[in-house]
Design a protein around this ligand. Structure first.
Ligand SMILES: [Zn+2]
Length: 258
């Protein structure tokens, strides 16, 4: 007789696919993906993840392993190893302004999300930026440092090893035609509004909400979505929790340690 809990667990596990083959297409775009906030001081605490009312297992996957679909990356949580590169990168078969490359499951979910958005009246969408490798981020960040200095560079670019884009699970989305790109105005486009309401159905999370900059360390980025898988995205949606930091009981990450 099947054990329902075990079946549910197997279902969750089935959503994480480990693949081979690596296609690494660097994206350009020195555009700032998030402006650091200067508010709130991080008070690291060893708080355990709060319990979920419905019995959701918050320890089902690692939040530390960079290859885990639940990995939490922020200004206090760099990827480890810092030069991590995903093993199952694929070219995402969707419209794109820059190369569209993501991990396999994130790619499939994005294809489905774009199709559903169009079918449900949100209009067409394209990938503005997706996977960025460690070497590319080094290049981009160092370019800013040499022209502006470190303090200003931090406002223009994530440091290498600290960008969610390096996980292969994050994507910046723009409307087609390109009426608003990588700016707050995307949040009021039909595409931006539809994504904010529906991305969870496809396992995506609006990672940097407007009212959570002191926790995430990034200003409102209505265009930046992070694949976390359908079970976790659904749980966040159901509980009304907006950030991974809050869900997993992690300290706020408003800025780098130094
Ligand atoms: Zn982004």
């Amino acid at each position: 007789m099947p054990n329902p809990r075990r079946t549910a667990c197997a279902l969750v596990l089935a959503l994480v696919v480990v693949g081979s083959s690596a296609a690494c297409a660097p994206a350009r775009s020195p555009i700032a993906d998030g402006t650091p906030t200067t508010t709130a001081s991080a008070t690291p605490s060893a708080s355990a993840a709060p319990a979920s009312p419905g019995g959701f297992d918050r320890a089902a996957f690692s939040i530390d392993d960079p290859a885990s679909v639940w990995v939490v990356v922020n200004k206090l949580r760099p990827l480890n190893p810092i030069s991590y590169a995903p093993k199952d990168l694929v070219t995402v078969p969707v419209a794109h302004d820059n190369p569209a490359v993501m991990r396999r499951d994130a790619s499939a979910a994005l294809v489905a999300m774009f199709a559903a958005g169009a079918a449900e009246g949100a209009g067409a969408m394209q990938v503005q930026s997706s996977y960025r490798s460690y070497p590319v981020q080094v290049q981009v960040y160092n370019g800013w440092v040499s022209s502006l200095g470190k303090t200003q560079a931090d406002k223009q670019s994530a440091r290498p090893g600290y960008s969610e884009h390096q996980t292969g699970l994050a994507v910046d989305i723009s409307p087609v035609p390109l009426t608003c790109s990588l700016a707050a105005c995307f949040g009021t486009t039909p595409q931006g509004e539809w994504l904010a309401a529906n991305a969870w159905r496809f396992g995506y999370l609006l990672r940097y909400p407007a009212d959570k900059t002191a926790i995430t360390g990034y200003e409102y980025e209505p265009w930046h979505f992070r694949f976390i898988g359908v079970p976790l995205a659904t749980e966040l949606h159901t509980e009304g929790v907006e950030t991974l930091e809050e869900f997993f009981g992690l300290p706020p990450a408003p800025d780098y340690l130094r």
